[in-house]
Every structure is written in C-alpha cells, then in structure tokens.
Design a protein around this ligand. Structure first.
Ligand code: NAD
Length: 346
C-alpha cells in the first residue's frame, strides 16, 4: 500500500507535517451533519486556514450518485483544480463516497481519510476501495484509489454510539478469523470491553494492510477480506430496501460470517467446534437477525451480483480453520439458501 497511516501519539504531528509539506492549493473538508458537529471541531485547528467545508447527508441511503453530483458541483463552484486536497471526515459511507468523488473529479485529485467510526478506522478508510451504491446493489460503482494518508484517531469514537461500535467490531472479528487465531481466542473473552482501542485498531489495520499490499486490486489474496461479505452484503442490501429496518454494515457481516462459516463446515473444512466458538462469540455481541422464509430465495439471489463472482458462479471466501481463509470457493444458490436457513435455526 502506498498510503501512509498515521496512528498513535505522533499522529497529529505527522498529519500537520503532511499538510504543511505538500502545499495543497485548496483544502476541502467533506463532512456529514454528525461529523460536522462532533468531529470537525477536533480537526479544524489542524487544517490550513481558509479551508472549505462541504456537507452531505449521513446514511447508507445517501451513498449515491446524486450525493456525488452535489459534491462535484460544489468542488466545481469552489474552483478546485488538480492541486487541491479533499479531506474525508466521517464514517465508511463518507470515506467511500468522498474517495470516489475525488478520484473522478478532473480525472482524480488527492484525498486524505480521517475515519471517525470504528468501522471506518479498521477497514473502510484503508486499502483504496471507493464507491457508491447503485440500483440497490452495494458499492456497485467504484474505483480503486488510495488516499494520500489516513489519520486514525480513536478520540473520535467517544461520540459514536454502541450500535455503531459493534458494527465496526464485526470487521475486527473478521480480521482475526481470517488471519489471527490467537487474537480471536483472546478477544472472544474480552469482547467489547476495551479501554483503549488504539492497539486493537492498529492490529486490525496491519492485517488489512498486509493483505492489500500483497494484492491491491483484489485479483487473489485480497478476496479473503470478503469473508462474511457474500451473504452479508446480500442481507445488507435486502434490508436497505426495507425502510425502518436497516441493518448496519457490520451487523449484516456478522450474519454473513455465521452463514459462511457454516458453509465451510459443510465443505469439510472448518471443524464444527470452531463454528460453535464463532457463533457463541457473534451471538454474545449481535442480536439474531430475522430473515423471513418467504424472502430467503430473493436474498440469496442478491449473491449473484457480488463483485467476486465470475459469470453465474458465486465465489465465496470460506474458512479452512479459525485464522486461515480460502478464497474463490464456488457456492450454489441452493447452498446460499441453506446457509441462510441454518442461520434462522440458531
Ligand atoms: P457510516 O459512515 O454510515 O457512519 C455511521 C453513522 O455515524 C453516521 O450517521 C455518521 O454520520 C455517524 N458518525 C460518524 N462518525 C461519528 C462520530 N465520531 N460521532 C458521532 N457520529 C458519527 O457507517 P460506517 O459503519 O462507518 O461505514 C459503513 C460503510 O462503510 C458502508 O457503506 C460500507 O460499504 C463501507 N465499507 C467500505 C469498506 C472499504 O474497503 N472501502 C470496507 C468496509 C465497509
């Protein structure tokens, strides 16, 4: 990965040095109404005098081309040229959308991610995936483009509610499941009761960085990061169309991880005791999500649009054991349905 990650006690000084040295001609900060209120006051003084602020509406339902158009119009009205910098101050919706807007504006201007939710700090802001949802499909339009740097400051988490913290925690669990069995075993007894997130966040970012550095464009190894996401995204996009019942990203991924771990057992890979450990950890944190039997077929069919597929084959990442994942495992629609039905029996 070429992006720099600033985390820990010297991170603010590193950020200041980057902003001073690079001589960006104009700096625009992208916020939503929540990060404007809670996070912007913490960064305002670090940013160059005379920076501009653009606000978008929070929420996955606003991760759309219409919001991008609003941003592009404002960038144009502000007269931003290619020597400008966009600072994405927000959760994963904002860093995904802001990175996408910056990458397309005038064929690409630089952007800096300042993730403010746990999910964005351990996952969304790192690794160069940007994008928006389209026609009900998650991240259907997007490009790979790395930010110039990511500034990770756990102080922002103080105003993030517990449901959102849990959502981010799902991606941390995923990192341990695919790459670090010892950490999984240690953390399943600690759960969310952590006083200082810095070390855990750094550990998670290191796992993601290692994988992304080896395979930046997701031709192979990077697909292991999609563990839980084939069925998880199907469930998430299903709920996206049910107003008032929306699931958070990590909550959907928690469902996906149980389903895909179960499929791993069916393939004779993951030992059943490890599936049980995974389930008890997941259900100690996340409530069970109810999926109506009449909609199981419809939910599973959403897997056909997954970006990891080749043609009509659904490619899934499964677990060989806790701490080791295998990618490009073809599954059938009927297996996807069985996995969703298994989840319902728990
Ligand atoms: P989010 O961006 O919707 O943020 C959650 C909510 O918290 C929003 O209402 C936001 O305004 C608010 N918020 C953000 N920071 C806050 C703070 N410090 N204090 C108070 N409120 C705050 O949700 P998320 O979970 O951060 O991100 C989910 C998105 O990330 C999804 O769209 C998902 O597809 C994407 N994602 C991307 C990648 C990637 O590699 N690019 C990886 C994982 C997830």
């Amino acid at each position: 990965m070429t992006e720099e990650i600033f985390i820990g006690k010297d991170s603010e000084a590193q950020l200041k040095a980057l902003l001073d040295n690079r001589a960006f001609k104009k700096v625009v900060v992208l916020v939503d109404e929540n990060t404007q209120r809670h996070c912007y006051p913490l960064v305002k003084a670090i940013l160059p005098v005379g920076h501009h602020v653009i606000q978008i509406q929070s929420g996955e339902e606003n991760k759309t081309l219409a919001t991008c158009e609003h941003v592009w119009r404002q960038l144009t009205e502000l007269g931003l040229d290619r020597w400008a910098l966009v600072v994405n101050l927000g959760g994963g919706v904002l860093t995904d959308l802001g990175g996408f807007c910056a990458s397309l504006y005038k064929r690409g201007i630089r952007f800096l991610n300042v993730p403010t939710t746990l999910l964005a700090q351990v996952d969304a802001s790192v690794g160069g995936k940007t994008g928006v949802d389209f026609m009900g499909f998650k991240n259907h339009l997007g490009v790979f483009q790395e930010p110039v740097a990511v500034w990770v400051n756990p102080q922002f988490l103080q105003t993030v509610d517990q449901r959102q913290i849990k959502s981010g925690y799902a991606e941390m669990i995923k990192h341990w499941l695919i790459m670090d069995a010892a950490m999984f075993r240690e953390q399943r007894y600690v759960g969310l009761f952590t006083e200082d997130w810095t070390a855990l966040i750094e550990h998670s970012i290191n796992i993601k960085s290692k994988v992304v550095t080896a395979d930046p464009l997701e031709n192979g190894l990077r697909k292991i990061l999609n563990f839980g996401h084939t069925l998880g995204h199907a469930v998430e996009s299903y709920f996206l169309e049910k107003p008032g019942q929306m699931l958070l990203h990590g909550e959907a991924i928690a469902v996906g991880m149980v389903c895909e771990a179960w499929l791993s057992v069916q393939r004779g890979m993951l030992p059943i005791e490890e599936l049980e450990q995974l389930e008890s950890f997941i259900f100690s944190i996340y409530e069970k999500v109810s999926l109506p039997e009449t909609d199981i077929t419809q939910i599973s069919e959403r897997c056909l649009h997954d970006k990891k597929n080749s043609g009509a084959t659904i490619n899934c990442t499964l677990l060989q054991k806790i701490g080791e994942a295998v990618y490009d495992q073809p599954i059938t629609l009927s297996e996807a349905q069985s996995a969703l039905r298994y989840y319902q029996t728990l």
